[in-house]
Design a binder for this molecule. Structure first.
Ligand code: ZN
Ligand code: ZN
Length: 126
């Protein structure tokens, strides 16, 4: 189980996000010796989501902690927040000022995220 697998699960748009979380939790339970990790956009998405759902996602804590360590800990996270994301409307901003849709894995600027949520019913985090 490598980072690619974790990312693959998190970014698999063919299944609802809730199912992806359930899958991740299954993998956490079944692969104790080879932890599932996520990085890049999958980490950003999952970490933002996790900060809102700490209770129901307690089973994911190990994966989140290991993945955070994998991207360089808090410094890696701050570095990620300083990277730029692009909204479909053409706006670009640092990730600390962007949101992301958990279903689409699309960055949404502050002007668009409400619209995206209203149009699709998707959860937008960030
Ligand atoms: Zn969406
Ligand atoms: Zn936008």
């Amino acid at each position: 189980m490598d980072a690619l697998t974790g990312n693959g699960i998190v970014l698999d748009r063919t299944v609802p996000f809730e199912r992806r979380i359930a899958r991740l939790i299954e993998h956490c339970g079944s692969a104790a010796d080879e932890p599932v990790l996520v990085d890049g956009v999958a980490f950003f998405l999952l970490y933002c989501w996790f900060q809102r759902h700490t209770t129901d996602a307690a089973a994911l804590r190990g994966l989140i902690d290991a993945s955070l360590a994998g991207i360089g800990g808090e410094l890696g996270w701050i570095g990620m927040l300083h990277q730029r994301g692009y909204c479909a409307c053409g706006q670009t901003n640092r990730l600390e000022n962007m949101t992301i849709c958990v279903e689409c894995a699309s960055y949404e600027c502050w002007e668009c995220y409400g619209c995206h949520r209203a149009r699709t019913g998707h959860e937008v985090v960030g």
